[in-house]
Design a protein around this ligand. Structure first.
Ligand code: DP6
Length: 322
């Protein structure tokens, strides 16, 4: 007998960063982080529990090798004695949007797989499960602003997302400037391992980041845009400084990334409140108020390959349950 469940989840962008693992196997972070979940973009995943043989289909094509194995290994975490399963997953992100897809992918997979397996999990337990697939995925279980606490336990059960409740929605936008669309030269996990092992700046990032998460949380609760942007840019700068000072250097930014930062300086000089962040790739995400999004978009159009204006999205959810 087979059972089936389908879940959707949105990607999230860290405002205060996760970079470096204190436990590689469990994906336990060296530091806490804080994110916003995006709207519009989503991953939709159907898991059929109990088929003839394991099968993984991603964006319409059979997944092979390490990509398929990462998904199947994740299903083993849901139930080590599981039957063969089918996973069909697709994302609606515009081609080369430059957004980390592993956050929505493993959040949707955690939700769909646990439901298909008949194991209803509380949100915190789902977040712990999603984290094992990809660290950032533990934040995509919730919408809006999410705080991933580093946790202290060696089994990682206290290292998961927590939604930051705000009295009413905050009309912010994330303007994604796509500088370059190719695959990254160094994957996140490899980049983190190298940075933690060799960068003299990494301990500085870790020491400051924990305080930045708390300041950013206060800024969200107080709707203090400038303070939030200050924390975001400081965490981003320290993270990229630690990457750059790894041996060999982990360099994700391109000249076009810096051109976007200059454009943000120009916008600010004209009185438009906005700020930037970059992850393990050259694309830049600009945070601004909804009322300023069109002006930010206009300034970046022509400078980069594509610009996407996104709002804050909702939580991961089941759309089909057994
Ligand atoms: C720079 O969550 O993709 O985007 O846990 O190895 O799968 P793994 O890494 P991943 O790393 C995200 C790193 C980041 C910052 C962040 O999202 O906090």
């Amino acid at each position: 007998m087979s059972t089936q469940a389908t879940a959707v989840a949105h990607p999230n962008i860290a405002l205060v960063k996760y970079w470096g693992k204190r436990d590689l196997a469990l994906n336990l972070p060296a530091t806490s982080s804080l994110s916003v979940t995006l709207d519009q973009f989503l991953t939709r995943t159907t898991v059929t529990w109990g088929v003839d043989q394991d099968e993984v289909v991603l964006d319409g094509a059979q997944a092979q090798g390490a990509v398929a194995q990462r998904v199947l290994d994740f299903l083993d975490l849901v139930a080590s004695d599981r039957p063969p399963c089918r996973v069909i997953s697709g994302s609606n992100f515009p081609v080369a949007a430059g957004l980390a897809s592993s956050s929505s992918a493993f959040a949707a997979l955690a939700l769909a797989a646990s439901a298909a397996a008949g194991r209803a999990l509380e949100p915190a337990a789902l977040s712990v499960l999603a984290r094992r697939g990809s660290g950032s995925a533990c934040r995509s279980l919730w919408g809006g602003f999410v705080h991933w606490t580093r946790g202290e336990r060696s089994d990682g059960l206290d290292s998961h997302g927590h939604p930051i409740q705000i009295p009413e929605p905050w009309g912010l936008r994330v303007v994604v400037a796509v500088v370059h669309a190719g695959p990254k030269a160094v994957g996140s996990t490899q980049g983190m391992v190298r940075t933690r092992a060799t960068s003299p700046v990494f301990p500085v990032f870790v020491a400051e980041n924990e305080g930045l998460v708390l300041q950013a949380k206060q800024a969200v609760l107080a709707r203090d845009f400038d303070a939030l942007v200050g924390c975001m840019e400081r965490s981003t700068t320290l993270m990229h400084a630690s990457m750059l000072t790894a041996v060999p250097s982990v360099r994700y930014l391109k000249p076009g990334s810096l051109a976007v930062l200059d454009a943000v300086d120009d916008l600010r000089a004209r009185g438009v409140a906005c700020g930037w962040t970059m992850d393990a790739g050259p694309n830049v995400k600009v945070l601004c108020r909804a009322a300023d999004a069109a002006e930010v978009e206009r300034s970046l159009n022509g400078l980069v390959r594509a610009v996407n204006v996104l709002g804050l999205g909702g939580p991961a959810r089941l759309v089909e349950a057994p």
